[in-house]
Design a protein around this ligand. Structure first.
Ligand code: SF4
Length: 334
C-alpha cells in the first residue's frame, strides 16, 4: 500500500487528514469519509494507489472541455471513491464505493499508465476523471509528473473540494481543469452534497490565478438548484471573479443514486442558458440532444468557429493554433 500525503499523526495514533476540507480525524483501522484513505497503526495509506476502474481514449469534449485541444483524444482513467456524498451522484457505482466494495479494479503502475497514453499519436495526454481524482491524489500526482516528462497534458475533472496546499501541488503539473460548481447556495451544498460552497469557490479562484485552463460544469436538478435568481448570481460571480470568457457547461441531470426527482426539463435548461449568456461568452448545454448550446461562436466576430454533434467536432472555423479562422481571435488552447 502507498503512504498518503498531507496528514498528521496525533495522540493515540489518530490521524488528521488535510487533503480536503472535510479534514477527517481517523482512528486506527478506520477510513476517512472518502472510504479511500486508511489509518493503519498511525500511518495514512492511499488505498487506491495504482487501482484503476476504467481507462478509455475519450474525445476531450467528453470531459467536458470545449476550449482545450478541441477535436483531440485524451486517455482517461478513473478509480473509485469520492469525498462528497451528493444525493444525486451520476456515477455512484464507482464514486460511492471503496476499493474493497468494487471488484473490477485493475492494477497499473504509473509507468504503465503513461506508456498506454503514448500509444496513440492523436492522444494529447491523461485525464483523471470518472470518480473524484483528488482522493487518489498521490497516484494522480505521480502519474502527472511522469506524463509531463513525455510532453503529455494532464487534465483533472473534479468537484473542486480540495485544500489549497495540495491543489497548488497539482497545479504545478496539471494543465486543465473541469470543476463542478453544483449550485450557488450554501444550503444546497450543505444539505445535498454535505460540503461547503466556499471551498469550491476558493478552488476556482486559485485555478484561475494559476492561469491553467479552467472550465466549469453545473448539473441542474429541478427544484433544487434551478432557481433563476441564484443561477444569475452564480453567472455574475463567475464573470466578475473568474472572467467573462470562463467556459460554463450547463448539464442535464437524470435520476440516479438517492435522487428520484425526474430529469431536468429542456425549457429549464434553455432559460438558464439564456441567463448565463448575459454574463459569459462561452456557455454550453450538456447531456441533451438539442441543437442549441453545442457550437463555439467567436466572441469577437460572431462566426461559428467550432460546430459539434454529439462528440463529433468540426473545426472548420478555427486555425491549428486555436484562433478564429475569420478574425484571428484566440478561442481554443492548443
Ligand atoms: S481526503 Fe478523504 S480522508 Fe482526507 S479529509 Fe478528505 S474525505 Fe477525509
Amino acid at each position: 500500500m502507498h503512504e498518503a500525503l498531507f496528514y498528521q499523526t496525533l495522540e493515540n495514533k489518530t490521524i488528521r487528514c488535510d487533503l480536503c476540507p472535510n479534514v477527517c480525524f481517523i482512528s486506527p483501522n478506520k477510513y476517512g469519509i472518502c472510504k479511500i484513505r486508511k489509518n493503519e497503526n498511525g500511518i495514512l495509506y492511499a488505498e487506491t494507489y495504482g487501482k484503476i476502474s476504467a481507462a478509455h481514449f475519450d474525445p476531450v469534449e467528453k470531459k467536458p472541455l470545449y476550449h482545450f485541444h478541441s477535436g483531440k483524444k485524451i486517455f482517461s482513467i478513473g478509480s473509485v471513491g469520492c469525498n462528497l456524498k451528493c444525493l444525486f451522484c451520476q456515477n455512484s457505482e464507482i464514486s460511492q464505493r471503496s476499493a474493497l466494495e468494487y471488484e473490477n479494479l485493475y492494477h497499473h503502475s504509473v509507468k504503465e499508465i503513461v506508456e498506454l497514453a503514448t500509444k496513440r499519436s492523436d492522444n494529447i495526454g491523461i485525464a483523471y476523471t470518472y470518480n473524484e481524482p483528488t482522493v487518489n491524489f498521490e497516484f494522480v500526482l505521480d502519474t502527472a509528473k511522469m506524463a509531463k516528462t513525455k510532453n503529455l497534458k494532464n487534465v483533472v475533472v473534479s468537484n473542486g473540494y480540495i485544500n489549497e496546499k495540495p491543489l497548488l501541488e497539482m497545479l504545478e503539473v496539471c494543465d486543465a481543469f473541469n470543476i463542478d460548481l453544483k449550485s450557488f447556495s450554501d444550503d444546497f451544498y450543505k444539505q445535498i452534497t454535505f460540503s461547503k460552497l466556499e471551498n469550491v469557490k476558493n478552488t476556482l479562484k486559485t485555478i484561475r490565478k494559476s492561469k491553467k485552463h479552467l472550465e466549469i460544469t453545473c448539473l441542474i436538478i429541478p427544484t433544487l438548484n434551478d432557481d433563476e435568481k441564484v443561477f444569475e448570481e452564480m453567472s455574475q460571480w463567475i464573470s466578475a471573479e473568474l472572467g467573462n470568457k470562463t467556459v460554463l457547461h450547463i448539464s442535464r441531470y437524470f435520476p440516479r443514486y438517492k435522487m428520484n426527482i425526474p430529469e431536468t426539463p429542456i425549457p429549464t435548461l434553455l432559460k438558464l442558458y439564456e441567463i448565463a449568456s448575459k454574463y459569459l461568452k462561452f456557455v454550453y448545454l450538456g447531456n441533451t440532444l438539442l441543437n442549441k448550446g453545442n457550437d463555439t461562436t467567436c466572441d469577437k466576430c460572431g462566426k461559428i468557429a467550432i460546430s459539434r454533434e454529439g462528440y463529433s467536432t468540426y473545426l472548420s472555423g478555427i486555425t491549428v493554433q486555436g484562433n478564429c479562422q475569420f478574425c484571428g481571435n484566440k478561442i481554443v488552447e492548443y
